[in-house]
Each structure stands twice: as C-alpha cells, then as structure tokens.
Design a protein around this ligand. Sequence first.
Ligand code: KDO
Length: 337
Amino acid sequence: MILSMPISRNFKRRTLLVAAALTAATTPALAQTKTLLRISTPAVPDAWHAKMWTAFKETLDKSAPGEFDVQINLNASLFKQGAEPTAMARGNLELTSVSPADIAKLVPEFSIFTAGYILHNPAHQQKVFNGPIGAELFKTVSEKMDIAVLSTCYLGTRQLNLREARNVRTPADLRGIKLRMPGSKEWLFLGNALGATATPLAFGEVYLGLKTGTIDGQDNPLPSVRAAKFYEVTKQIVLTGHLVDSLFIAIANKTFQALTPAQRQKVSAAAQAAAAYNNEFTLKEESQLVEFFKKEGLQVSAPDVEAFRKAVQVAYQNSDYAKVWPKGLVERINAAE
Ligand code: KDO
C-alpha cells in the first residue's frame, strides 16, 4: 500500500508528461501537413483583384478548415509582374492571376485576347472563357504552361489616362505620346496600334513615372486607375475602351494534381467565388468612376471610338499575331455574344 501510492502518482505524472510531449510533437506536424498555396500578384491592396484573394482564402478556410496555408503576396512583393508563370513552373509559386499577354508568350494563339476590340463587353468575355472556346484554349494552356485555369476575372475595360489634357479624337492625336504599357511585346504592340509611342514599365513604377513625367500617360481600367491612385498624377481620361481585359486565376498543375479530388473541387470553388467577388465589385465600381474622376478634377473625354477600333483592327490584321490565330476563331468569338 505504502509503495503503491508513489507508483501510481509517478505513473500519472509520466502519463501527463507523455501526453504533453505528444501534443507538442503532433501540433507542428499537423501544421506541416497543410498544403501551402503561395499567391503572387502585382495588384495594389485596394484593387478588387487583390481583395478577391482574401475571398479565396476565406472560402477555402471555411470549406476545408486547416487543410491549406494560403499566403497572399500583393504589390509584386514575391515575384515581379509577369514572372509568375515561370515561378509556378519552377515550383516556387502555387497560384496567381495570369494575364492574356503572359499566356501569349507560351501559347501564341492566345495573343488574340491581347488585341484591342476583340472582346465586346464583360458579359461577352465571360461567355467566351466559360464556354467551348475557353475550354479548348485552357487545355492548351495546361499542356504548354503546366498550369490549370480555374476562373476568369474581369479586370475592367482599359482606357487611356494622360498626364496632361489634350484633344484626342483619333489615333493621330496620340502621335509622340509616351504611353506606358506593361513590359511585353504584346502590350507594346497594342500601345503602338493606338497611335502612341509605347514604353514598357512595371505597374509598380507607373505612379512615379506619371508624377515625374518620364511617361505621358498609361492605360488601365478605371478601377485600377482609382486603386493605384493614378488620378492624383494625371489630368485626363480618354474613353477609348480598347481592351476588355481579363485575368485568369491559375494554379500550378503539380500542386493541383497532388490534391485529393475533394480538395480540388474546393480550391476550384474558392477560385470561382473569388472571381465572382472581383467581377461584381469591378463592374459596379467601373460604372460609377467617371463621376468620381470628374469630381477629382480630371477631364473625361469621349474620342472617336470607331476611328480607334479601325486603326487597331487594321494593325492586328497586318501583324504576325493574326497569322497564328486559329482559323475562324475571331468569328467564333464574335458569335459567342
Ligand atoms: C498593368 O500593368 O497595366 C496591368 O493592368 C496589367 C494586368 O495584366 C495586371 O498585371 C495588372 O496590371 C496588375 O494586376 C495591377 O493591377
């Protein structure tokens, strides 16, 4: 009896210690089994296509609690603009929102969506990418880039935004204007097709470029002009509406394939929810921003859009880009309206 008491106490103590040690050992182990989903985007925090990643994370945390470690990196803080697909191919990044221009580097026929005045409006964009055309092209994207497109975001319709106000009716009125475009040849072609002198610059450097005058203007959808505060350093918006712009939420194939079927479904659903969030708020805000910019003192002018459309279409028709567009694709895109 005398001996039994300490033994039993000792036993209890040891049991507790073992339990504590086990908890300590298993907690980090469990944390490590979470699938890491690193996201990189050049979007500024106030942009809808930045905030949509929080919607993605929240949706996934709810549908698959504790299964994913979603890390959102904005402002191109993890990878520079346009470098994301390469980072994904190398296994250094799991998710991003990829632009048509970035896809066109590896899937040349995708350059059709970098061309001005191809997509008619946001609803047309969704029909094209959520229908058979999207399905066919995204299959090629998966094969050539090793990424899976999960949803299509409406970035907004790109307009011109100039440092100094001027009379802009036709492309001829942009002669000599140093128009900042993102840094790839597809973007530069579009800027030149608009009649300007296209100058490559990363998104993160545009504000300063406008402020100091190293560029005369830039093009972006109105919600991006608001989120990045370009209206503070420009005096005019010219409503050319030259590109109904897209971003595609994409995940590295390797990461996606390593998930269980249920997880794949949940990640896809979260990407759909993120795009829906972005699209809803982008559309809503875009319709209100002309008033906002006017109040901020900017001149908002309507050019001869037909003159721009014609010039841009002729430039593409005569370019090497159109040569690699699958036969009949322009017609199929038009018919998807
Ligand atoms: C830009 O650099 O003008 C652009 O609008 C291009 C888009 O493809 C996308 O990269 C976007 O910037 C960033 O997400 C910042 O809004």
